[in-house]
Ligand binder design. Structure first.
Ligand SMILES: C[S@@+](CC[C@H](N)C(=O)[O-])C[C@H]1O[C@@H](n2cnc3c(N)ncnc32)[C@H](O)[C@@H]1O
Length: 199
């Protein structure tokens, strides 16, 4: 009985969190219908997306990170630049996906230097999982690019294999669309990139 109550409370907390997120995203997208979103997953302090938004003022850019302090720094950076097309949201990427209003669609997706979870028993925590990529694809238009970059060779190969055999994504040979080093990129000795497009 106690377990059932705990589960119900847990589910209720998730529901509340997602409806708060839906309201927050709805406010960001208020004027844009249908809403095309450039999404950065795990945006850290927002270096990349701030530069991207400045270079693409007509694109609505949203950076999401699970670490509040990083999002707060991104917001301060955005406020300094006064960019109207840039928002940062404190959320888990999966919650964000679940909470996205029905009319919103990704026009570009960036996943830059995600946590590599190097130990085998932690690989399940990696963001580049088939089910996550499937959920992202459901909210992406045909041909939408997903740009992935990492300095972790084994994670790169695992992500490449996942995308290679994924029904929703096709790896393409294209130049990186926009160069601006993230914090982790500037610390990395080297990195590898790949771009996949929504089939
Ligand atoms: C290695 S850092 C890279 C940050 C930034 N992309 C860069 O290159 O400097 C990974 C980031 O992903 C965030 N993160 C990890 N899991 C996440 C999740 N499930 N949803 C959203 N953000 C997540 C972390 O808080 C962290 O800021």
């Amino acid at each position: 009985m106690e377990n059932a109550i705990r589960t119900a409370e847990h589910n209720l907390r998730i529901q509340h969190r997602q409806s708060d997120l839906t309201a927050q995203i709805g406010e960001i997208l208020n004027q844009d219908r249908p809403s095309a979103v450039v999404w950065e997953v795990g945006c850290g302090h927002g270096h990349f997306l701030t530069a991207y938004a400045a270079a693409h003022p007509s694109k609505r850019c949203i950076g999401v990170d699970i670490t509040k302090d990083r999002i707060d720094r991104g917001i301060r950076k955005r406020d300094r630049t006064k960019a109207k097309n840039l928002s940062f949201v404190h959320a888990d990427a999966r919650d964000f996906l679940e909470s996205l209003p029905e009319h919103a669609r990704f026009s570009e997706i960036f996943i830059l230097f995600p946590d590599p979870w190097p130990k085998r028993r932690h690989h399940k925590n990696r963001i580049m999982q088939p089910d996550f990529l499937h959920a992202v694809a459901k909210r992406a238009g045909q041909g939408t690019p997903l740009c992935f970059r990492t300095d972790h060779e084994e994670y790169f190969r695992a992500a490449e294999a996942t995308l290679l055999y994924h029904e929703d994504w096709e790896i393409v040979d294209e130049p990186w669309p926009f160069e601006h080093a993230t914090v982790f990129q500037s610390r990395a000795v080297s990195h590898r990139s790949l771009i996949a497009r929504r089939r």
